[in-house]
Design a protein around this ligand. Structure first.
Ligand SMILES: C[S@@+](CC[C@H](N)C(=O)[O-])C[C@H]1O[C@@H](n2cnc3c(N)ncnc32)[C@H](O)[C@@H]1O
Length: 258
């Protein structure tokens, strides 16, 4: 599906469905297995319970779409060296990449230019308003190789074995269903594909971000390792963030986590 002025029926249908049925999930209205309304729903639509903690880490709330302007602030390049992030990714023309938790598309638009007309960007988010903003920005720039995907909190809805690179910038720490989402990302990767996490450094008190929205390297590795990924490479040259590249661990088998 291309992002074009002529419209995109699949996205509209997805967004309409989402607006009618899923919006509360995006804003932290978490259902539990004991929720009577959830219990009354047919099994196919019941949500797995959202986690408050994962492997000792408190999960942060989702950034609300009303704050999206912050994602495209003028100082972002100076503060976060986003051009260095893109350089490190090594994206080539023709690749299929995913901007997971794309927000209003700050990275999706740049990735779309890098993969070129023969490549594709899956831009995934749980808030339809974020995808509307992304679509407007892509249209304004005449970009047509972005496929917006409206995710649910536990499923990015990416096609299997489709993606060379999955980028999560300032997203992973917000996932309310980390194991489920990581499982889905693992399945969406091509065999040699990589998942790249960019997270504010918890180890550095000078990084001016609230503690819940930061992560340590140790915690990132712990969580990814528990879900079938192994650290392939890391880049330590960003002013505020870790940048960590993970490959699928072929030896891994799922096991129970607390
Ligand atoms: C802090 S914003 C970062 C946006 C973008 N990556 C950027 O750097 O400009 C986090 C985004 O992740 C999205 N998000 C949170 N949980 C998600 C999930 N389970 N699946 C997809 N997106 C999610 C939020 O809706 C929000 O747009």
């Amino acid at each position: 599906m291309h992002l074009s002025r002529s419209g995109c029926p699949v996205l509209c249908a997805l967004l309409a469905t989402f607006c009618l049925t899923l919006v509360p999930q995006a804003y932290g209205a978490q259902e539990t297995a004991t929720d009577t309304k959830a219990a009354a729903k047919p099994a196919a639509t019941r949500l797995p319970p959202a986690r408050q903690f994962y492997l000792g880490r408190k999960i942060a709330q989702t950034m609300h779409y009303k704050g999206a302007q912050w994602l495209i602030r003028d100082q972002r390049e100076r503060e976060e060296r986003c051009s260095l992030v893109l350089e490190q990714l090594g994206v080539r023309t023709g690749m299929t990449v995913c901007d997971m938790g794309c927000g209003n598309g700050f990275y999706s638009l740049k990735l779309a230019r890098l993969v070129g007309p023969n490549g594709r960007v899956f831009a995934v988010d749980i808030q339809p308003q974020m995808l509307f903003m992304l679509r407007a920005r892509a249209e304004e720039d005449g970009i047509e190789n972005i496929t917006p995907l409206l995710a649910s909190v536990h499923d990015p809805r990416l096609p299997r074995a489709s993606t060379d690179l999955i980028l999560l910038v300032d997203v992973y720490h917000e996932l309310s269903h980390p194991e489920r989402v990581l499982g889905a990302l693992r399945r969406a990767l091509k065999p040699k594909g990589l998942v790249v996490l960019v997270e504010y450094r918890d180890e550095d008190p000078k990084v001016p971000i609230r503690p819940l929205h930061k992560m340590s390297k140790r915690q990132i590795i712990r969580e990814l390792d528990a879900n079938g990924f192994k650290l392939a490479r890391q880049f330590d040259g960003l002013p505020w963030q870790h940048m960590m590249f993970f490959a699928r661990d072929p030896q891994w088998a799922p096991r129970d986590t607390p």
